[in-house]
Design a protein around this ligand. Structure first.
Ligand SMILES: Cc1cc2nc3c(=O)[nH]c(=O)nc-3n(C[C@H](O)[C@H](O)[C@H](O)COP(=O)(O)OP(=O)(O)OC[C@H]3O[C@@H](n4cnc5c(N)ncnc54)[C@H](O)[C@@H]3O)c2cc1C
Length: 391
């Protein structure tokens, strides 16, 4: 099998890249180790930055998102039983975010790819990338029990944090920057309308809580829990009781309860792999970097990477110049590090470390008070949340 761009992974990064390349007249093949149902139902991100919305729309993948996505013009910060709303458009010259689940983005892109794009093979597991530093890199993969080789001009590893592409970059050329956090998020999906019409980020002495949503009838809520917590060790009523405590306000705001349909724990990690390119192998999305979900940046970073790659390859096809491909890693990394910084700041602003001292507690409150009282501090948060420009 032969193609111009071999794409490993059909998460948001791989699927959107295939779409962007198709629109630019460049052929690709997508290899995905899981089956279609798994990819379409894996619960993950839900917040799309303005830039991501614009890219999906321009790629012809925005029709259902425009119909069903929920535009959000702000978030609420809660601390000390107080509430402060951050108004995005007023602070950023009109920018906002859209609540539209990653599962739905993937469903839309898969449907388009199968209808009019190049091959998208499910249950096709990439085993290794070979010859990354040659003009003809290859992906060895197994599909339906049979081993095969995909001959490519370029390979893009969009295979997430646990994929194989990254390991094709020699260790001596690699630097890894990493931080793990001593807590995770216990996330639930519940069949109950969201108790607030925008996301609520709560800092509490018992730990962080987040109120989010998937649709007008489905709530998504998270609790900070110790690292290594088993989701099943939390009973449903226990979860609602704890959420109620952490979201409590002075003005009698009420959290609506409903049946919990899904429960899971997500670990928190910051991770960056440098460089994001070796020869004709390029890394995109979670394959190269992870952010803790507090800043809602992971999916949006993946979109930035593949937009950068598609532009660079289109530029090469049109002009013969490798300039933008050569700049790929540096271009992506400058945005990645801004998102790492923002996600780290949001995480340390709102979570309570197990060894937090009273001094650090007071500092967190002071940082929140600063955001609530200074337009400059609030603008910094709003700009970061609605997204950094694509390189
Ligand atoms: C609970 C949670 C909440 C989150 N919330 C947000 C949020 O609100 N906003 C946000 O922007 N981000 C959020 N994220 C992060 C976001 O989901 C990820 O950053 C995003 O999925 C990255 O997309 P990707 O395509 O790079 O990787 P992935 O989505 O991980 O996709 C990689 C794909 O590659 C496939 N694959 C792996 N290995 C192989 C192989 N060897 N061969 C073939 N295929 C392979 C995998 O099956 C997968 O389909 C959240 C994540 C979690 C876990």
């Amino acid at each position: 099998m032969r193609t111009t761009v071999g794409i490993i992974g059909a998460g948001p990064a791989g699927l959107l890249l295939a779409r962007l390349l198709h629109n630019a007249g460049i052929d690709s093949v997508v290899l995905e180790s899981r089956d279609r149902a798994y990819v379409e139902h894996r619960q993950r991100a839900g917040i799309l930055e303005q830039g991501t919305v614009d890219v999906l729309r321009a790629a012809g993948a925005g029709e259902r998102m425009d119909r069903e996505g929920l535009r959000h013009d702000g978030i609420e910060l809660r601390y000390d039983k107080k509430r402060h709303r951050v108004d995005f458009p007023a602070l950023t010259g009109g920018r906002s975010v859209t609540v539209y689940a990653q599962t739905e983005v993937c469903k839309d892109l898969i449907a388009l790819q199968l209808k009019e794009g190049g091959p998208l093979l499910f249950e096709a597991e990439a085993l290794a990338v070979e010859g990354a530093d040659t003009d003809s890199p290859r992906v060895r993969f197994r599909h339906e029990g049979v081993e095969d080789v995909l001959e490519c001009a370029y390979v893009v590893g969009c295979d997430g944090f646990w994929g194989v592409a990254r390991s094709a970059i020699p260790a001596e050329l690699t630097r890894v920057f990493e931080r793990t956090y001593p807590f995770g998020w216990l996330g639930i999906l519940a069949d109950v309308p969201p108790s607030h019409d925008e996301l609520v980020y709560a800092r509490h002495d018992r730990g962080f809580a987040l109120l989010s949503m998937r649709s007008p009838s489905v709530s998504r809520l998270y609790l900070q829990v110790p690292e290594g917590t088993d989701a099943e060790s939390w009973g449903d009523e226990e979860i609602w009781d704890e959420l109620e405590r952490r979201f409590e306000t002075e003005d009698g705001w009420r959290l609506e309860r409903g049946p919990i349909t899904q429960k899971s724990v997500t670990p928190m990690r910051s991770y960056v792999h440098e460089p994001m390119r070796h020869g004709r192998l390029f890394l995109a999305g979670d394959a190269a970097h992870i952010v803790p979900p507090t800043g809602a940046k992971g999916l949006n970073l993946a979109v930035g990477d593949v937009v950068t790659f598609a532009r660079a390859l289109t530029h090469r096809e049109e002009t013969g110049s490798d300039d933008l491909l050569d700049a790929y890693s540096a271009t992506c990394l400058s945005r990645v590090w801004q998102a790492e910084r923002f996600s780290y700041d949001m995480t340390t602003l709102l979570h309570r470390a197990p060894d937090a001292t009273p001094f650090e507690d007071r500092l967190q409150i002071a940082r929140l008070e600063r955001i609530a009282s200074s337009r400059a501090a609030e603008t910094d948060l709003a700009e970061g949340y609605t997204g950094f420009p694509f390189g």
